[in-house]
Design a protein around this ligand. Structure first.
Ligand SMILES: Nc1ncnc2c1ncn2[C@@H]1O[C@H](COP(=O)(O)OP(=O)(O)O)[C@@H](O)[C@H]1O
Ligand SMILES: [Mg+2]
Length: 275
């Protein structure tokens, strides 16, 4: 019994892939993120929801190394990445997409996705000159992986198109492809369905589920569409004014009085829950 309990605890610890602990971030007098902790299990889909300005993007920025927290720690598989640079975090297998599309519009779909691969490419210019055969083999392998992703995302017919020529939903999909080109262990998606129509949202939700299913990629998703969030998430963390006010399964979060009061309920339900 005792051994089982210890094993269970050890198993639980092993499963935590990304741990945010007591993290805060201020901008001048504004507290964007306040004492937030979050444990993300390997292979899970965790959604972060909350009103605009709640601190969701700031948290992703701290995980990906863009912002440094004022307090607290962030660990990836037990390794402290609190002060790591974005390139270091990426090299450890954390990829992200941005709330506002950040593609190179003049470049093709293929080249934009290939760019996401560059941290995986070991051969620098010097070694490519000396070991050109090796570098060529590496290039071929990377191209093959990128073509595989293009097929996975059903972008074959568009691979030579400049991304600026694509519809919004497709550009979002190319961004996902670029993040996937890193072969990430952890994928951070900041409103990947923002501005999409219903059909595009459903497509994106399916790609997210397929990525998680096919490669076991851990996913942290910021999303406003509650139907999608409740449908695809293993866990949901709710943010309000810089704080995490709830964290649980979709069912638990939907029943949480604080969440209903702050965010999810109808006006009537919010008033009742706040009493
Ligand atoms: N670089 C920054 N400089 C100043 N204020 C910022 C910066 N980044 C975010 N903020 C502020 O922090 C708060 C949280 O923002 P953000 O994390 O973008 O929220 P969310 O993604 O939940 O909408 C907002 O009030 C925002 O204006
Ligand atoms: Mg945001």
């Amino acid at each position: 019994m005792a051994t089982n309990a210890i094993e269970a605890i050890a198993g639980e610890r092993r499963r935590v892939q990304l741990a945010v602990s007591g993290v805060s971030k201020h901008f001048g007098g504004l507290c964007a993120v306040e004492d937030v902790s979050l444990s993300v299990a390997a292979g899970s889909i965790t959604s972060i929801i909350g009103p605009n300005g709640a601190g969701k993007t700031s948290l992703l920025n701290m995980i990906s190394g863009v912002y440094k927290p004022d307090t607290g720690t962030i660990t990836l598989e037990g390794r402290d990445i609190t002060r790591a640079r974005p390139s270091e975090v990426a090299a450890l297998g954390v990829a992200r997409t941005f709330q506002n599309i950040a593609l190179f519009g003049g470049m093709t779909v293929l080249d934009n996705i290939m760019l996401g691969r560059h941290v995986r490419m070991k051969s620098g210019i010097l070694s490519s000159v000396i070991y050109w055969g090796l570098a060529q083999r590496e290039e071929v392998a990377h191209r093959a992986r990128v073509e595989e992703l293009i097929e996975f995302l059903q972008l074959q017919d568009l691979r030579k198109q400049p991304t600026s020529a694509l519809a919004y939903g497709l550009r979002k999909r190319v961004e996902l492809g670029r993040a996937l080109a890193l072969d990430p262990k952890v994928l951070l998606l900041d409103e990947p369905m923002g501005g999409m129509n219903q059909e595009e949202k459903e497509d994106m939700a399916r790609y997210i589920l397929d990525v998680n299913g096919a490669w076991g990629t851990t996913i942290i998703l910021i999303e406003h569409d509650m139907a999608v969030v409740m449908d695809i998430s293993d866990r949901v963390a709710v943010f309000d004014r810089g704080r995490k006010i709830a964290d649980g399964t979709p069912g638990e979060v939907q029943r949480d009085r604080a969440v209903i009061a702050a965010y999810l309920g109808t006006r009537q339900e919010r008033a009742e829950a706040a009493e």
